[in-house]
Ligand binder design. Structure first.
Ligand SMILES: [Zn+2]
Length: 182
């Protein structure tokens, strides 16, 4: 996996780029939770679930189908987060699905079962640039953890920050040009 602190970078970047008018804080919080949720399958390591199993790590909970289930559940609470159900579904779906995509960029473990439960085949993306994060806090507090954080800063946080900044600048330009035309 990419580390648990890095997965929310995607919903946070999207929320900053689109602005709080579009993405209310409650929806951002829900999407951040959805971006971490797939790693709930890590408990399978302790429960003896084999890695390659349907419910093994990077299996069903890392699939697009699971992301859609989470998004559908979140859209039931759309009114509470202050957005339309369609937008809530889309935003939470992209956030949950981004988890598997980031994991598919990592250097270790098995690939991601994007099409589970229909196929348990595991996939990586062609560019495996993110140093895989260890399972467990102990290993994370080591030189391995530092290498993980460094690669995630370069390959996740930096592009996300650039995307968020560009989106914000674009919105500011749009607002300025609109008020100039009035
Ligand atoms: Zn994961």
């Amino acid at each position: 996996m990419a580390s648990v602190i890095t997965h929310p970078a995607v919903p946070l970047a999207l929320a900053v780029a689109l602005g709080s008018g579009r993405v209310p804080p409650a929806l951002t919080a829900a999407a951040c939770a959805a971006s971490i949720l797939p790693d709930v399958d890590s408990f399978g390591f302790w429960a003896g679930v084999p890695y390659r199993d349907l419910f093994g790590h990077r299996g069903f909970t890392h699939s697009l189908f699971f992301a859609a289930l989470v998004a559908a559940a979140a859209s039931c609470f759309a009114r509470h987060v202050g957005a339309s159900w369609r937008f809530t579904f889309l935003f939470v779906f992209v956030s949950a699905a981004s988890h598997g995509l980031l994991d598919a960029l990592t250097t270790g473990g098995l690939g991601v079962a994007f099409f589970s439960p229909f196929s348990n085949r595991r996939y990586f993306l062609p560019w495996r640039v993110i140093v895989v994060s260890p399972i467990g806090v102990g290993a994370f507090l080591s030189s391995w953890g530092l290498r993980v954080l460094r690669s995630e800063l370069i390959w996740v946080w930096l592009p996300c920050a650039m995307f968020a900044g560009a989106g914000r600048a674009f919105r500011a330009l749009l607002t300025a040009s609109r008020s100039a035309m009035r």
